[in-house]
Design a protein around this ligand. Sequence first.
Ligand SMILES: [Zn+2]
Length: 573
Amino acid sequence: MTHFDDTFDDKRLAALYKQEEESLIKELSLKYSLKYIDLRGLTLNPEAIKILPEAKAREGKMVIFDKTRKRLSVAIRNPNNPKTKTVLKELKDAGYETTIYMTSTLSLEHAWQRYKDQKHTVATKKGALDIDTENIAAQVSTFKTPQSVAHHILNIRTINGARRISETLETIFAGAIALGASDIHIEPEETGIRLRYRLDGVLHDIIDLERHLYERLISRLKLLSGMRLNVHNEAQDGRFTFSITDKEIEVRSSVIPGTSGESMVMRLLDPTVASFSMDNLGLNNKLYEVMTEELQRPNGLIITTGPTGSGKTTALYAFLRETHKPGIKIITIENPVEYKLDDIVQTQVGDDYTFASGLRAVLRQDPDVIMVGEIRDREVAETAIHAAQTGHLVFSTLHTNSAVGAFPRLIDLGVDYRMIGASINIVLGQRLVRILCEACKESYVADAKEEALIRQVLSTHPQQPKVQTPITLYRAQGCEQCGHTGFKGRLGVYEAIRVDDAVEEAVIRDPREHVLLEAARPQGIPTMAEDGIEKVLKGITSLAELQRVVDLRGGRHMQKNNPEDEAFLSHVV
Ligand SMILES: [Zn+2]
């Protein structure tokens, strides 16, 4: 007699039901003209979740999963549910603006789990979630240099008790905001805790904190981030937000276990800073003209390349903004969502929502424009290419050293080389250079070696800019306004290869980099070195800074990998 495996069938049925429900919700969301969201791939904002008490969220079959000031992102199961409607009205009456998403029961269950973590945090350490934002705001205006932050932290040593930890944390945040740091690194070492800020893309040591503060500091930060306190041997992600002087700062934190304890990196996202516009990217005239044309095309693949921290995402965001107009549906799949863009559906990869599965799901949502954060395997590459060939404009990034490197990289991933030329519209390469501080940059006359280098790079420039003799250059000095770094802000240097008939033919015939570069030469787009030298001549950056990121002696396509950026990559992902 045969026994049916009931458990197996139940499991299968349950799995089928879950799948069925996800696709049903996706379909219904179209009917109601609401966005669909899978919450299981997202890091939920603890500040948002606690706006609704758990009982109310469960009763209304909903969850508030994100917020920016008074704007809430709310996921609901059914827009016709009277209880849901009641709660939505209450939120509106309380002055909130809501964006409604439809989501599955499974997603809701996943989100509701977060109430458990919160109860735990609040119950175990009452008040630990608070940081004194007024103190942060007051301190921000007093810090002008990394040294002044270090000096203040040294002074805190005289404070005793719990206030000391709070004061230290508040100073760490205030210093980061005052100096415009993008990331705060807290790294335990045997004898101390290294505090570092990333300023304009470069890590700066601030101070070594005393080792005995470590446990309490890291616990407070984990609590703030909504991470599990009792877990020490796993990587964890979290986030929190705080407001200072009507700016809302979002912090994305990540810890990874290490031999001397957990290292924490906090990325500060200040949505008011980000204005993604093509005009702010620093594209040279030729490339600006080329990109404007490319962004008007209805389909095809646009790829940006470069190491981590080379501004690829910023460029893609600016391009997305450029394609955004009424009647165009844009969906992104990111890891993580770094900035919120209005009117664009942004999703984030997670456990069962990968770039590949996300891309397939997104295609069923009938988008016009898709951004997929990174192509890192054959499956994503082929799905992206397929999407590009079926009427979508697709943006993505590849982790290669140069634009031309994208072609052999895709072939290495196993993509059919005949598909590559037919689906890619353009590949960009980029690096970020620091912009010289206007207040203190110093002019000088280029010496013979520098002049020879500049003239040699420009000799291949397709537009041959005029250069006067003697050549005036600028170098970094340092003043109060730039925190004595000599630089303020960053700008891209670029190169690009359009896939025209000649390049497509070369990809099929002989995809070696120099052959492709030769085929692309008539396009007249300056190389990264040529573009960079022009920015040096304009006094935007220094020759030394350009040489830090671009190899000027290596002919038309040599760029440097920034080892610091690579180290950073291993920290955050
Ligand atoms: Zn300065």
